[in-house]
Design a protein around this ligand. Structure first.
Ligand code: NAD
Length: 473
């Protein structure tokens, strides 16, 4: 049983001043596995003050010292890979393969940031000026519940590379993962206050971070609705804000694609992380002429997907993270039916034989119009909408007819054609004939999927500001 009642502030685990206690349940059993005491505004103020103190020395560090810190962080997190994997499954229901990937990624992102910084010039000449890339100042890193270790570590890696001290606020819905990540990061032995981690409600700890005059920058990942609050909250102190937000990604299957090879991948991206992924390809666009074959193939693939215990390597889809998530998915499935979509697989209720745990039936709708709620809103569960199109132009039009634009997918047997379509899609990234991203390339959204980019050199520069010094010749 976990009992989390400390925050990581100024290099030590200290009791939180907040008094709200939340229960943590295992989503696969609904059993209580722990409690967490949330921090309050005073805890946030202490964490911010510690980061401000640490920033003084951190801003004077050069590449070598920062690379050394990143390497220590990478090694410390690597040593806890299995524990991070296990709590990702226990607290969140992430299926084994996904939990494994996230836990490995958590250490790799520090190594990636070290490599990026090593190849980067912090000072350059532009005309008669010397331009120095300085750390922007103390950063607030706010993370969602669906990718705790990955989000916290990748944001922290970019911040350290740039020379920024941080206050990290993971989601109050993932306290155990946050605790394990904090313990791992602590083992890196960085100077006190360089990073601070505390749990708390968005409306107090999150708001304190978003409004504090001592925080220069916010890097937020979460929903578009919360991102708008944070952008507004930061305006009075003119914070630099980057927002990685909601997605409603399109997967465009062109008429020359090999459906037998492509559809399993399309379902994989739709249902990744139990469908609780911002980059999940939840609108599948297929040629109308191929619709019958697509329906048959999808029904067969979904019938073969194993839903159940996330610890079992054979499981494709585990439970959703919470009861609220379970109920949200049921509501969307009902809305899909009410609005005239037809079921190819799944539907309301629980999968057979799974009476406990927040399991839902992986669901695929056909006869979906792009103006239905299931095509417009992020569902955040294993629910896929298949939309038919007549020709390439219509496919591009449907894909772009969305408030969001995070990551899209294109499948075709002609690379040049796929590239042409990819270049016309309104999305921060497009994956062509693959579903694995390039993690050193910029990642972020267009339209309401976000502002700014993360990862690699773009992610690091987001924590920097250029200073121009022009001297008499
Ligand atoms: P959320 O917006 O509810 O919460 C995210 C974080 O913001 C949490 O830590 C929360 O406590 C905090 N928060 C809430 N209100 C706040 C406020 N007023 N001020 C400051 N902080 C506040 O999101 P969620 O439900 O935890 O996560 C799911 C959402 O995140 C989905 O929409 C998903 O698409 C999105 N997401 C986006 C990306 C991306 O890279 N674009 C990645 C993962 C998740």
């Amino acid at each position: 049983m976990w009992n989390i009642d400390k925050a990581y502030i100024d290099g030590a685990f200290v009791p939180v001043q907040g008094s709200e206690v939340v229960e943590v349940l295992d989503p696969s059993t609904e059993q209580r596995i722990g409690t967490a005491t949330l921090g309050n505004r005073d805890d946030a103020k202490r964490a911010i003050a510690a980061a401000v103190r640490a920033q003084k020395a951190l801003r004077r560090t050069g590449k070598a010292e920062r690379i050394d810190m990143l390497e220590h962080l990478s090694a410390a997190v690597l040593a806890r890979t299995e524990q991070i994997r296990d709590v990702t499954i226990e607290e969140y229901g992430g299926p084994l393969a996904r939990a494994q990937w996230v836990s490995q990624y958590a250490s790799q992102c520090f190594a990636g940031a070290a490599k990026t910084l090593a190849a980067y010039d912090l000072t350059r000449r532009i005309g008669e000026a010397t331009v120095i890339m300085e750390p922007v100042g103390v950063a607030g890193l706010i993370a969602p519940w669906n990718s705790t270790a990955g989000t916290a570590c990748s944001k922290l890696a970019s911040a350290i590379a740039a020379g920024c001290a941080t206050v990290i606020k993971p989601s109050e819905l993932s306290p155990i993962q946050s605790q394990v990540v904090a313990e791992a990061l602590h083992d890196a032995g960085l100077p006190a206050g360089v990073f601070n981690i505390l749990l708390g409600r968005g409306t107090d700890v999150g708001d304190e971070i978003s409004t504090s005059p001592d925080i220069a920058r916010i890097s937020f990942t979460g929903s578009t609705a919360t991102g708008k609050f944070i952008a507004r909250a930061g305006i009075d102190t003119m914070k630099r804000v980057s927002l990685a937000l909601t997605g409603k990604s399109a997967t465009v299957v062109l008429d020359d694609a090999d459906l037998a090879a492509v559809l399993p991948q399309a379902l994989n991206v739709a249902f990744m992380n139990n469908g609780q992924a911002c980059v999940a390809g939840t609108r599948l666009l297929v040629p109308r002429s191929k619709m019958k074959e697509v329906r048959e193939r999808i029904a067969a693939i979904v019938a073969g997907l194993r839903v159940g215990d996330p610890r079992d390597p054979a499981t494709a889809i585990g439970p959703l993270a919470s009861k609220a998530q379970y109920e949200r998915i049921q509501r969307f499935i009902r809305r899909g039916l009410e609005q005239g979509a037809t079921l190819v697989a799944g539907g309301e209720g629980r999968p057979e034989g799974l009476e406990r745990g927040w399991y839902v039936r992986p669901t695929v709708f056909a006869d979906v119009r792009n103006d239905m709620e299931i095509a417009r809103e992020e569902i955040f569960g294993p629910v896929l909408s298949v939309i038919a199109y007549e020709d390439e132009d219509e496919a591009i039009g449907i894909a772009n007819d969305s408030a969001y634009g995070l990551q899209a997918y294109v499948f075709s047997s002609q690379p040049a054609r796929a590239h042409r379509v990819a270049s016309q899609l309104q999305a921060g990234s497009v994956l062509v004939n693959r579903i694995a991203p390039e993690l050193l390339a910029p990642f972020g959204g267009v339209k309401q999927s976000g502002v700014g980019r993360e990862f690699g050199v773009f992610g690091m520069e987001a924590f920097m500001e250029p200073k121009t010094i022009v001297e008499a010749q």
